[in-house]
Ligand binder design. Sequence first.
Ligand SMILES: *Cc1c(COP(=O)(O)O)cnc(C)c1O
Length: 838
Amino acid sequence: MNVIGKVTVLPQLPPGLARLSELAYNLYWSWTPQAQALYQDLDPQNWERFHHNPVRTLLDVPQARLEQVAADPAYLARYAQVMADFDAYMGKTDTWASRNAPDMKPVAYFSMEYAYHESLPIYSGGLGVLAGDHCKSASDLGLPFTAVGMLFHQGYFTQLFDKDGWQNETYDELDLTTLPITPATTPDGQEARVSVRIGNRDIHTRLWNLNVGRIRVILLDANVPENSEEDRKLTARLYGGNQELRLQQYVLLGVAGIRALRALNIPGDVYHMNEGHAALLSLERIREQVESGLDFRTALETVASSTLFTTHTPVAAGNDAFGYDLVDRYLGKWPGRLATTRDDLYALARHEQVWDNHLVPTFSMTVFALNMSRAANGVSELHGEVSRKMWNFLYEGAEPEEVPIGHVTNGAHNLTFTSQAMRDLLSTVLPADWTERLEDEQMWTAVEQLTDEQLRGVQLTMKREMIAFVRSRMREQMLRNGASAADVAATDTLLSETALTIGFARRFATYKRATLLFRDRARLSRIVNNPDRPVQFVFAGKAHPADNPGKAFIQEIYKVSQEPEFRGKIVILENYDMNVARHLVQGVDIWLNNPRRPLEASGTSGMKASFNGSPNFSVLDGWWREGYDSTNGWPIGEEREYADLNVQDDADAFSLYHTLEHDIVPRYYGTAGGDDSWAHTVRRAIETCSPRFSMQRQVIDYVQKYYLPLAARGAAVAASGGAQAREIAGWKTWVRQQWPYTSLSAQATLPATTQPGQTVPVTAQVNAAGINLDQLRVEAVLDRSGHITRVPLTSQGDGTFRADVPLKDSGLYSVGVRMVPEIDGLSNDLEAGLIKWA
Ligand SMILES: *Cc1c(COP(=O)(O)O)cnc(C)c1O
């Protein structure tokens, strides 16, 4: 048909169900299965067809059906219960925050992607799930918190496999009227708009409001008539397009994002940049300060003092860097706006990299984010360590462990991923308010009371649902690809509910080694086809559209799944999204993850599986290195890295097969009781992982470790018109200028050998080049086989510093002396970035 216009005829909600619409516009339903069931029951087919979207389901439900349920007492009772729970949740004043952080200042959280639910496809993978879950727990805990992101109107992409198992991508234009978003309005009631100049164009954005429980998310949308066709595409696709588009998207997220908060009068005292994508928000915040009269350096200090940066990946491709030509094109006007110079601004992001065999300076989003914040963290203990090494070069002369990047280990939003059946079972042993104190480790020990039979029953229910889901998805795919009637019919027998079922689903980035399992096919075949103890696998995952090696992995798995010996026992599902993720983490028996250590910064899918009693079987990388305790799952490989990747792959594959054959399979099929039983591992997985890797624990860590201290520091530095910021900025400029003229020499009287506990005298002479001696920390550094200790030397007043340095233990010590400039009020020792060794 030739469409000349569109009109939506809204159904009239019967008075008794009037609030179904209100609830549809709050993602509270996304972690509340009973709320979802209210919409599902209105129209199960549309519910499936439109990705479980309450708004869409309501739009299309016939009036007669609404009248029908409005007269159904059972439905009305469920409705009343859901609404009562919703009201209790929304109205709760006694929250974790009210008890533990009553004076907490508002946080503004910026992320390129958010995964809340499959019906809002503005995410690609783990980073988005993490951001979405972070918002949900911020709501659960009652934090003053607002998130800012982008409304990608074509989303990421829908993944379809062709009949050879090759990934194709399709993009569908989202119909915004069917999403749970509303136009954000300014305090005077106008639809809010903000614009930002990118290159030589003004880009206009519309702002959308998304309610996630008690918190708000503001989504930026450039798809408005005021923009040119080209510019409207700035918010079309997540991670689509080239570097040029990316950089413009980052300007939009950061700069327009800050303007959106201002236009909507939303306060933010602490700014959290989730990944380097968000780093340009600092440009706009500095501009505001400069406009109010501060100089660039003072403005920078005030802004950075209240900013946290979370880095998420050690993989180079995950750390964007742009050539100066592009940066000139899109950020060329910013040095002027910030009253600084191009050199000074670019220096704050400078990362020299080899491009096309040349060493060139680049504008690195990660480096910029590190310089624009006064607190930074990785997402697991090991990732913190890896990040400190990775960015050590920015702190010349520093030891890796001094690099100011800490860590908060990731978590996942328990309720989003835990099945209703498992929640019901947990409710029989946990206290009534268990969903509000998920981080409480002591509370979770009650899981020990669950019997083997109870767990087996619930897990079988979940497994059946998962298998039904897999079969119906595979059937659709077969029909679409024109498979034979026999092949279509065969989907009815895919997977067995009695076989040990292993899930593997995640983005198909090559470091995640999705095909590691196939390194020794004959051995795999023996494992899978053991007649008494069969094992089956379900895979899913998207490769980035430009990642051909990732797509080749998908195809390899697809081809294996078609071979006679693996048919029906290894399957790979299309279009991994939150819906597929939920089905798999709930329905499989164990969860497999075998990334190439140490590249998996955290990983979170194994946490979700553990919440549902599917123990994790993974390389000791990211979260699992902390989570594994020898009773709650299984490790793959050893706690080490390898110089030769091939050797690493072999060793890990060997370990994977070995543990499957000798531990996992016998345990699953065995009849042993007590600690050797399968149910024991299941209980341990639930009870240990649920609290420690709850998103609630993660967000509490962020509050205590970062949000509260940054709010205090940010306020102190900005007080009195930025007095302290000015002092710090002025002092840094001065010491950086004088530093080349300083000198340091040192002597230590060291005997050839000595006993533990003896001291050695260490003396240093400093030429401070006018820097106040009180502002120099001169210290002896002792390295005993990699174990570093520092002993301060005391100023003798005349440029001499000395101390008797104790050698506490036996062993070979290397002794050095260095000096570092410092004043009160710095966030860390290396803030000035200056270290001089004698
Ligand atoms: C949890 C999740 C991820 C992240 O999984 P990892 O184990 O961190 O790779 C990616 N995509 C979806 C849809 C998820 O639910």
